[in-house]
Design a protein around this ligand. Structure first.
Ligand code: NAD
Length: 260
């Protein structure tokens, strides 16, 4: 998809984004769908089709069936390792270079925003490429996987290893949530892209931004609980709409406000 994708962008929206000093983007699994990373609400493929991701990504599932959860994350880790940033990730990295104060807050664990060049980034739910001890939280980069019944164990204490992600029912890292909350409470514009806006506390961030007076822009092919309060609800794929938004806001080759 190119920067000139023919998605109509309201001039008022382009003007608001161009003149904004503080912009936050909140992204969810939908921004990575076009990179081939399935959302939790997509039908899963192959071996994993009979499992419900919303039930595997919980501490209870890891307690009951730790090897199953470990293997599912291993499969997803490989899927993510083979995927590449799409046009939406790239366009978001461009917005960061155009806006004086920009923060990208993602619920995704796939690392694709960083791969596309985003730097001011909060990963609310961790990163699937990392593994940590389930007891002490210590990051672990190498392990023995010799027992097919159980997950590999922490070389330090012997507890099972787990992915360094935040599961449903677990608390988010306090520093990450505080940084996201502060940014949305001070934003001029909030872009909400590819999230069902149903998973809390991330889903509360748009409400906080709206209460603080930010312009709310939703980009999603489907309607969500947020659609009704969005100032602009752009229905379509992130890979089409985010580049079109950038092209309409900063027509090609225009000077960047942060270039000096
Ligand atoms: P979700 O699965 O609940 O919702 C995905 C949303 O993306 C839906 O509203 C869907 O309509 C929309 N969507 C689908 N295709 C799209 C496209 N091409 N462009 C724009 N939007 C599109 O995802 P969520 O809201 O992020 O919450 C679920 C949780 O699952 C999160 O906590 C996240 O950590 C985790 N998750 C992450 C990944 C990833 O890292 N890529 C993948 C699956 C799930």
């Amino acid at each position: 998809m190119s920067d000139t994708a023919p998605f109509p962008v309201a001039p008022a929206l382009a003007d608001a984004l161009r003149s904004a000093d503080r912009v936050v983007a909140l992204t969810g699994a939908g921004v990575s769908a076009e990179s081939g990373v399935p959302t939790f609400r997509d039908a899963q493929s192959g071996l994993w089709a009979k499992f419900d991701p919303l039930e595997l990504a919980t501490p209870g599932a890891f307690e009951r069936q730790p090897r199953l959860v470990w293997d599912w994350y291993g499969w997803r880790r490989e899927l993510v390792a083979r995927s590449r940033p799409n046009a939406a990730h790239v366009a978001l990295a461009k917005i960061e270079r155009r806006v004086p104060d920009f923060l990208l807050v993602t619920q995704n664990v796939d690392g694709l925003h960083a791969a596309a060049g985003s730097r001011n980034l909060v990963e609310l739910h961790g990163n699937i490429a990392r593994v940590r001890c389930s007891r002490e939280g210590t990051p672990v980069s190498a392990w023995q996987d010799s027992d097919p019944q159980w997950p590999p164990r922490c070389p330090g204490c012997g507890a099972f290893l787990r992915p360094d992600v935040v599961w449903f029912e677990e608390a988010l890292p306090a520093g990450a949530l505080a940084r996201a909350d502060h940014a949305v409470a001070n934003a001029d514009v909030l872009l909400v892209i590819g999230t069902s806006a149903e998973v809390y506390p991330a889903a509360a961030l748009p409400l906080r931004a709206r209460d603080a007076g930010a312009l709310i822009v939703e980009i999603n092919p489907a309607s969500t609980p947020l659609t009704a309060i969005a100032d602009h609800a752009l229905h379509g794929r992130a890979g089409d709409i985010v580049p079109a938004l950038v092209a309409a806001t900063w027509p090609a080759d225009g000077p960047s406000r942060t270039d000096s």
